[in-house]
Each structure stands twice: as C-alpha cells, then as structure tokens.
Design a protein around this ligand. Sequence first.
Ligand code: IPM
Ligand code: MG
Length: 354
Amino acid sequence: MKIAVLAGDGIGQEIVKEAVKVLEVFRSEGQSVELEFAPVGGKAYDEEGDPLPPGTLALARDAQAILLGAVGGIKYDSLPRPKRPEQGLLRLRKELNLFANLRPALLYPELAAASTLKSEIVSGLDIMIVRELTGDIYFGQPRGIRINAAGEREGFNTMIYSESEIRRVAHVAFDIAMKRNRRLCSVDKMNVLETTELWREIMIEVSREYPGVVLSHMYVDNAAMQLVRNPKQFDVIVTGNIFGDILSDEASMLTGSIGMLPSASLDAQGKGLYEPIHGSAPDIAGQNIANPLATILSLAMMMRYTFGDDMLALRIENAVRGVLAKGLRTSDIFEAGATRVSTSQMGDAVIAAL
Ligand code: IPM
Ligand code: MG
C-alpha cells in the first residue's frame, strides 16, 4: 500500500497523526505499508509559497491512495486566490481526476443523542451521497470579478457540465446503489438551470442500464428540506459539485457530528484521496481535542475502495464502534455520562480496539 500522507493545516496535523497509527498497526502485522509525507494547503504555502507544490503533486500522483487531513486558515484568506489553501485541495482533485466523491452519512446508534434532530428521525440513518467533484461552477470558465458596462464591479462564475462528466459519475452512483438498497435520488435544479436539465436527462439515460435501481429526482431546495424532515427516505443521493458540497454538510449534522464523517474521492481506476469531510477548525487546532474518527474512518474507506480489502475496512469500522460503545467521546460528540477523551487518547483507544 503506497500512501501519500498530506496532513495539511489546523487540526489536520493532529487527526492524521492518529490515522497513521492505525496504518502502523497494519504494518506491524506484516502488511506492506509505504508512507510518504508532504505538505499541502497553508502549510505548503508557508514552506514553499504554493498550496500544492510540485513535489506534493508528484508524490500524490505516484501513490495509490492519499490520506489528507484538512486545509485552510484565517490568515490565508486575504492571499490571491491561487495561493489559498483551498486551491491546493481543488487542484489535487482536478489534477488527479478524482471526480467521484463518496460521502456516507451513517449514524452510529451510540450517537443518536448527539444529533440535533429527534432520535426517531435519525436512528438507523445510512445515506451515501455521491458528489461530482471536478466539474460544475467550481471549475467552470469564465469566472472572475470584472467591471460591467455600468462601471460597477460584478462577480461571475459558470455552471457547466459535459455529458461525459455527468455520465461517469452517474455510473459510480448506480453501481453503489446496486450494492446497497437500490434506490438512487438524483438532485438537480432543472426547473431553473439548463446545466441540471442535462444532468437529469443523462441520469435517466444511464438508468436504463440499471433496471434493478429505482431512480428518482428531487430539486435541491426540496432535498435540503427532506434531509431534515425525513432523511431515512434516502439511500444513495447523486448530485453535482456545489449542491453536493452543501447537502453533504447538512447530512453530516444528522449524524451528530461532522467530526465522524469520512469521504473518498475516486478516479476511474479506483485511485483515491481520503479525507474527513470537516475542515481545519482553526479555533480548536493545537489543543488535542479534535475528533480523529472521521480521518480514521476515511482509512476504512481507503482499504475498501482503493485496496479492495473489506476485512481491514471492517476491522477499522468495528474498532470505532467499539470505542463508541465503551462511552469514549471527544468534545464534539460529548454527552452526559460519557468519558471525555482527547484526540490522541481516542486514537490510542481505536488502536487498542483493533
Ligand atoms: C469540501 C470543502 C471544500 C469544497 C473546500 C475546502 C474547498 O468544503 O470538501 O466540502 O468546497 O469542496
Ligand atoms: Mg464542503
């Protein structure tokens, strides 16, 4: 397993350290695990003046999988856009063609009370969001801020999807639905946006190859509402880059904490970048209180999707369930009666449970 480890900024450093401990356990058991470390995001900007230095990109290209912590920090917000930490991540996704972003929202029974929603609404929740990750308004040209005919500044971006971009992510979503409960909901805004009218057309076209999957469609505003009204109606959701960005943060809160949710970003060959869906959380960075479980669970996804090793994936997931069942909680998921633990204590507990 050749893995590039890009811890990034803020709590990224702390949580990745805990995930690396898991990989070291596997190595001590005889797995061949090769780790290469490199900076990304603000850290890379500080060290090399570029949020995705050539060396980091080369390492990521060369690896089979990438483990990423988080990027971003307030002090970088005034930099020119290409130098900002987020660009490191966006370029990495784009350069490596990691178009299929899988974001599961799974509620661990032990955490039902941590959700802000009533437990009967969320208990048993198990949704997979498939977010397209290398297209849409995130990357569309033209874009910028310009002076218009009236002499006023205006900002503009381009929402754009080609047929082939929609088709390939559709296939990923249908394939995943086949392995789950065979219900796929495609989220668009076709009542207003042509880009997503094409999106819906292609989804319907691809659905003919998957007669076993029930495809439905929902407008994004309604989907945002349904996610808090009755989230269990969903099995797999497929949507574009920006809608997926928003809906996946929303879905994460159903599960109690954004600190619990992993993600995988895959290319067509199964190479993947694995990262927690949360950000660098500068407000709690360096305090050893962040939740490392999303990052550790991202490793489980790595074992499953890149290395095809369900056994190792399940071991990690069961270890996480084990520590939750024991009542161990970082601050973000703390509740009365539980045992509050630090980032590193949580990591150690997972190792012990492994
Ligand atoms: C995410 C993040 C990123 C995104 C940011 C950090 C660029 O919010 O992975 O969801 O918008 O895709
Ligand atoms: Mg986001």
